[in-house]
Design a binder for this molecule. Structure first.
Ligand SMILES: NC(=O)c1ccc[n+]([C@@H]2O[C@H](COP(=O)([O-])OP(=O)(O)OC[C@H]3O[C@@H](n4cnc5c(N)ncnc54)[C@H](O)[C@@H]3O)[C@@H](O)[C@H]2O)c1
Length: 251
C-alpha cells in the first residue's frame, strides 16, 4: 500500500468537493477541508478518524489574506500537502440565467475571478515549494465545460475564470513536471449540486437535452476522476483537462 497522502480540498463542504473529501477519506488520507460555509466543521468531524484526521478551515477564497492563511495552515498541519484540489467555485446567476456580458459589474467580475482563478494560483504558489522538496505533488483544478467551449448557461466571468484555470494548469504542469508534481484539470459538465441548481428549470431542461448520456453527472463521478488524477498510477499524466460530461463536449 502506498502511504496515505495529505489532501487539501477547497470547497470541501458541498457537492463535488464533499464527494472528493469522502473518497479520499475512504483511502485513509488525512484531510484539510476549506470552505466559506461553517458546515465545513461538521463535514470534517464526520470524516475524521483516529488514524486520519480531517481538519476544517473556514475561509473565503475571494480574500487573499484568508487564502494565504489556509496555505499556512496546510504547512503547519502537514508541512504542505501531497494533494491539492482546487474545487471552490462560484457562478453568478440572475433569475436562474447567466448575466449577459454587457451587464456584468466590474466588482462581480473581479470576485468571480478571485475565487475561481486567483485563489487556486495563490495556493499553488504557496504550496508547490514544499511539493518540490518532497519530489511529489498532485494538483487537480476543478474547471468546467464552460471553460472548454461556449456554454449558454454560464456567465462570461465564469467561462473566463475556468478557461484561465485550464491555462494555469498547463503552465504549472510544464514548469514542475520534472519535480514529480503533476497538475491536471477536470472539466465537469452539469452535475447535480447546489451550484448547478442555481440555474432555472428551463435552463437545466435544455442542458439535459444536449447530453448524449441523457442525464447530469453525480458529484461522485467527478470525485472518482479527481482521485484517479491524484493517484500514483497517474504519475505520467500531466497538463491534461479531463472532460467528465456524459459526452456533452468532446475535444
Ligand atoms: N455543479 C456543476 O454543474 C458544475 C459544473 C462544472 C464545474 N463545476 C465546478 O465544480 C466546483 C464545485 O462546485 P459544486 O457544483 O460542487 O458546487 P457546490 O455549491 O455544491 O460547492 C461549492 C463549494 O464551494 C464553496 N464556496 C463558494 N464560494 C466560496 C468562497 N468564496 N470561499 C470558499 N468556499 C467557497 C461553497 O460553500 C460550497 O461548499 C466549482 O468550482 C464549480 O465551478 C460545477
Amino acid at each position: 500500500m502506498p502511504p496515505a497522502r495529505s489532501v487539501l480540498i477547497t470547497g470541501g463542504a458541498s457537492g463535488i468537493g464533499l464527494a472528493t473529501a469522502r473518497a479520499f477519506a475512504a483511502q485513509g488520507c488525512p484531510l484539510l477541508l476549506a470552505d466559506i460555509s461553517p458546515s465545513v466543521h461538521e463535514v470534517a468531524r464526520s470524516l475524521g478518524t483516529p488514524q486520519a484526521a480531517a481538519h476544517a478551515f473556514e475561509a473565503d477564497m475571494g480574500e487573499e489574506t484568508q487564502v494565504l492563511a489556509l496555505a499556512s495552515e496546510a504547512m503547519r498541519l502537514f508541512g504542505g500537502c501531497d494533494v491539492l484540489v482546487n474545487c471552490a467555485g462560484v457562478s453568478q446567476k440572475r433569475d436562474g440565467k447567466a448575466i449577459p456580458p454587457t451587464e456584468v459589474r466590474t466588482a462581480d467580475w473581479e470576485r468571480v475571478l478571485r475565487i475561481n482563478l486567483t485563489a487556486p494560483f495563490l495556493l499553488c504558489r504557496e504550496l508547490i515549494p514544499a511539493m518540490q522538496r518532497r519530489k511529489f505533488g498532485r494538483i487537480v483544478n476543478v474547471a468546467s465545460r464552460a471553460g472548454r467551449t461556449f456554454s449558454k448557461g454560464a456567465g462570461s466571468d465564469y467561462a473566463a475564470s475556468k478557461a484561465g484555470l485550464i491555462g494555469l494548469t498547463r503552465h504549472l504542469a510544464g514548469t514542475y513536471a520534472a519535480d514529480g508534481i503533476t497538475v491536471n484539470a477536470v472539466a465537469p459538465g452539469r452535475v447535480h449540486t447546489p451550484l448547478a441548481n442555481t440555474s432555472s428549470a428551463e435552463v437545466l431542461a435544455k442542458a439535459m437535452q444536449e447530453i448524449p448520456a441523457g442525464r447530469f453527472g453525480t458529484p461522485d463521478e467527478i470525485a472518482q476522476a479527481i482521485v484517479f488524477l491524484a493517484s500514483d498510477g497517474a504519475a505520467y499524466l500531466t497538463g491534461a483537462c479531463l472532460d467528465v460530461n456524459g459526452g456533452g463536449f468532446m475535444a
